[in-house]
Design a protein around this ligand. Structure first.
Ligand code: KG4
Ligand code: ZN
Length: 346
C-alpha cells in the first residue's frame, strides 16, 4: 500500500494543536507546510498540562490551524472546502483522551466529508519517524529511542511496519524527571530546556546523582529514584547561588543522559541495528545528541539519525511521516477511528 499525494496530518495528543501537509517525494518525506498552536502559556500558571484546559484550546484552534496550513501551502481559499489531498492522518493515541478526541473528531469528519483515506497513527511511531523527515529512507532493522515528557522507550523495528517495544521506563519518563526537578528549582514549565540552558555552563561532576538501572541487564529505565534524589537535594539546599544552580542542573542532566545513552548503546551492541532513530522532546537536548553521536561512532555498522530540532517536540509532520512509512498499519475508516489513550506499541 502506497499513499500517492499529499497527506493532511493532525496531532492533538497533549498541549499542541499541530497540523501539517506532508508528502513522499523520491523516497523523501517532504513537509509542504506545518502550523502549530502551542498551549504552553496557558498551562504555565498551573505548572503542567491541565487536560480540561487543553481540550478546550484544541477545540477552539483546530479549524483555524487547518486553514492556516492550507494558506501556508498556497492552496487557494476556494479550494479549502475540498482541498487536493490524498489522505488524512490523525494521532489516535497514546495521550490525553480529551485532547486526542478533538483531533480524531476533526479527522473523522473531514475524512467522511472528503471521502478520503484515513490513518489513525500511534504517537510514539510518529516520534520514531520524526528523525526521517526530509531525509532519505532509513535502513532496517532499526533501533529507536523515544524520549519525551510521557515516554522513555526503546523500540526494535524489523522494518517500517513491524516494531516491538524492547524496553521502557518502569515509572517516570526522562522528560518528566527533568520537568519535575526544574519545577523544584522554581523554573517555568516545561523545564527540560531550562535545565539544559542552566547546565550549559555548569559542572556535571559537582553533585552525585544516581544513575538508576545503569547496570541492569534489561533495556528498561527508571527515573523515579533520580527525581527523589533531586527533591532531597532541593530540601538540603534552600538558598543557592546562580553557579550552584548551573552545577546542579549540569549534574542532574548528566545522570539522565548517561542512562539514556548507556541503555541505547547496550541494545545496539546486542541487536546490531543498521540505524538508530531518536525522537521525542528530550531529543532536542544538546548533551544527549552529542553523547549519542560520540557513542554510535564506535559502532561500525550503525548510523545515528537525529531529528531536526523543528520536529523533536510534538508536531503533526511526524504523524504524516508515520502514515507514509507505515500505511498498512494505520489505515482505518471514519467509522472505526477512535481515540485510544493507552495505545501501546505491539
Ligand atoms: O515530545 P514532547 O514535546 O511531548 C511529549 O510527548 O511528552 O516532549 C516534551 C518533553 C518535556 O519533558 C520537555 O521538558 C522536554 O521534552 N524537552 C527537553 C528539551 N526540550 C524539551 N528536555 C531536555 N532538553 C531539552 N532541550
Ligand atoms: Zn510526544
Amino acid at each position: 500500500m502506497q499513499v500517492k499525494g499529499t497527506i493532511l496530518s493532525i496531532e492533538t495528543s497533549c498541549d499542541d494543536t499541530s497540523v501539517a501537509l506532508v508528502r513522499k517525494e523520491k523516497n523523501k518525506i517532504k513537509i509542504l507546510a506545518q502550523a502549530t498552536a502551542s498551549q504552553i502559556p496557558l498551562h504555565r500558571r498551573y505548572g503542567g498540562v491541565v487536560p480540561e484546559v487543553a481540550a478546550r484550546a484544541h477545540a477552539e484552534t483546530i479549524l483555524p490551524v487547518i486553514r492556516e496550513v492550507f494558506a501556508l501551502a498556497g492552496i487557494p481559499k476556494e479550494k479549502f472546502a475540498r482541498p487536493p489531498i490524498a489522505g488524512i492522518a490523525v494521532t489516535c493515541g497514546s495521550g490525553l483522551v480529551t485532547s486526542l478526541w478533538v483531533g480524531v473528531q476533526a479527522g473523522k469528519l473531514l475524512g467522511w466529508l472528503w471521502t478520503t483515506p484515513l490513518f489513525g497513527v500511534n504517537h510514539i511511531v510518529g516520534h520514531i519517524f520524526s528523525a526521517c523527515i526530509e531525509q532519505s529512507y532509513p535502513q532496517f532493522p532499526a533501533l529507536a529511542l523515544v524520549v519525551s515528557g510521557g515516554h522513555t522507550e526503546l523500540i526494535w523495528l524489523r522494518d517500517a511496519e513491524h516494531w516491538k517495544k524492547i524496553g521502557a521506563t518502569r515509572d517516570d519518563a526522562a522528560g518528566e524527571a527533568l520537568d519535575k526537578f526544574a519545577k523544584m528549582l522554581g523554573m517555568p514549565y516545561p523545564g527540560g530546556s531550562e535545565i539544559a540552558r542552566w547546565a550549559a555552563s555548569g559542572n556535571p561532576r559537582a553533585f552525585a546523582f544516581p544513575r538508576p538501572m545503569l547496570n541492569d541487564k534489561s533495556f528498561d529505565f527508571s527515573f523515579a529514584g533520580l527525581k527523589t534524589a533531586g527533591r532531597t537535594w532541593c530540601l538540603a539546599h534552600k538558598k543557592i547561588s546562580a553557579q550552584i544552580k548551573k552545577d546542579v542542573c549540569a549534574s542532574y542532566q548528566a545522570a539522565v543522559v548517561e542512562v539514556l545513552v548507556a541503555k541505547t548503546l547496550a541494545a545496539a551492541k546486542k541487536l546490531k541495528p543498521k540505524t538508530i532513530l531518536v525522537g521525542g522532546g528530550v531529543s532536542a537536548n544538546e548533551l544527549l545528541r552529542a553523547e549519542l553521536t560520540t557513542a554510535v561512532k564506535k559502532l561500525p555498522r550503525t548510523k545515528l539519525w537525529l531529528p531536526n530540532l523543528k520536529y523533536t517536540s510534538d508536531n503533526a509532520a511526524m504523524i504524516g511521516a508515520a502514515a507514509l512509512f507505515a500505511p498498512r498499519r494505520f489505515a482505518t475508516t471514519w467509522q472505526k477511528l477512535v481515540a485510544k489513550p493507552d495505545y501501546e506499541l505491539e
